[in-house]
Ligand binder design. Sequence first.
Ligand SMILES: Cc1cc2nc3c(=O)[nH]c(=O)nc-3n(C[C@H](O)[C@H](O)[C@H](O)COP(=O)(O)OP(=O)(O)OC[C@H]3O[C@@H](n4cnc5c(N)ncnc54)[C@H](O)[C@@H]3O)c2cc1C
Length: 490
Amino acid sequence: MRSVTGRKNVAEMCADLLQDESNLSGAWCEAAVWPQDTDEARDYIEKCSRTGVKLTVSGGLTGIAGGALPEGGSVISASALKDIRLLDNGNIAAGAGVIIEELNAFISANTDGLFYPPDTTEETASVGGTIATNASGADSFLYGATRNWVEGLKIILPGGKLLDIKRGTDLFENRKCTHPLLGTIHLPPLRSEQPPKNAAGYYVQPDMDLIDLFIGSEGTLGFIVEAELKLAPVPEYVIDLAVFPDNQKSFWELYDSLLHAPEPLRIRALEMMDDRCMDFLRSHPGELPLPPEGALFCLLLRAEADSDEHLEETLVTLDDMLASSNSNPETAWGGFEPSERKRIKDFRHALPEAVNHCIAESRRKCPSIHKFGSDGAVELSRFEDYFARVTGILEERGLPFVIFGHAGQGHIHANAMPENPRQMILAGEAMREIAKAAVEMGGTVSAEHGLGKLKLDYLKLMYSEDEIKGMEAIRRVIDPNLLFGAGPNI
Ligand SMILES: Cc1cc2nc3c(=O)[nH]c(=O)nc-3n(C[C@H](O)[C@H](O)[C@H](O)COP(=O)(O)OP(=O)(O)OC[C@H]3O[C@@H](n4cnc5c(N)ncnc54)[C@H](O)[C@@H]3O)c2cc1C
């Protein structure tokens, strides 16, 4: 097994392990290992358990919340676990270190018309990391998050034992589940049900499947070595559209009608960019087309159709919906041809790229500058109010910002782009206010990226002391010495 020992050696020889996409600095550890298979991982974890060495699990290091960054102890990386195979039942078994790009390539080469639906955007994220964060993406509107597609997991538990678990075999009953390798786990009663799209805290539903406790547990309950993943049939047609209403009323009317769109429409993704995104793209032109003149907001939608007839019905229905919300179909972009779909994809990606470029410019003047991103979501009936509140919180502080995200799931990312140290402080305050606002509106402080180390203290905004103690008690059953997730993780 490849390994590097000594704090200085790790910092010099594998500095990439000490950075992810969270902007957190100061990560360090005494050793790093890259097991090649389950046995090597098991032996190392068992040894760490005996000697009391803390462990941080590392995947593709694309995480935004810093969960993979060590604060001492050892890092165990899944990146060498690359086995991938098609199973007799049509599912895929993938090593935790397979990255999403490799998974997708394997599926297209080895199956007939199937795909892996969690469209988690960043294709260098690993299978293990996306399961540990229950990653989701634009298509989660129709297909749900990663959780919906995980049928089995092999996990090395903190003591070094291998848990091989399949969906449907171990269920909680009245909040209690007993498993020979784990003991008895009790789920804490929560004051209110967790929101449907939620990445904050352990997953807790009264009669849930035990496997779901591990999905989204952010590297705190063991080392995922392999997953069995379910696939879905590729639809005959996928239509991508960018619609550009020229006033807020039309935008919200169209949003509402698409949200409740009846058959034959099968909406797969419903995303938005606000007016500041439009202005920002105009003032940071790249090689891509600019939003049409007069466009105030942008609604990005993806729909599916199963036949030529269904496609025709879908296009006619969408045209009617645009007209009845006074959104001019003439200014909309997109369609089902690959070139039209690519234009939308490029447009969607142009925004984060422009934001990153702008941050890099500010950083040249002030090296400590970084972007701040919110990740809260609320129930759909309160989404318009939440959007207004988030806008107000950032405006009050005079911060440069844009808002975009998964409107169809009440979930937005407000990106604040501070230009100086004072604005860095204000942006931090604003992010906390936004998280609080989401909770006050019955939502979550994190719908997608998890809390990791960066946002761990947001847990207290969402859960009571007893609820947090209940989650800690779950962790102590599985990891009595709190070996995994070194640092202040849940
Ligand atoms: C440009 C960009 C776009 C993104 N878009 C999205 C998006 O659309 N949706 C979304 O959900 N996220 C998105 N992210 C965030 C990130 O890609 C996800 O959180 C992803 O799931 C992290 O996977 P990873 O392999 O990089 O994990 P890492 O960053 O390495 O780790 C993340 C967490 O998972 C744990 N972990 C990793 N591997 C394992 C394992 N084998 N066993 C147990 N625990 C493990 C780590 O300890 C850590 O807590 C984006 C990030 C970037 C940079």
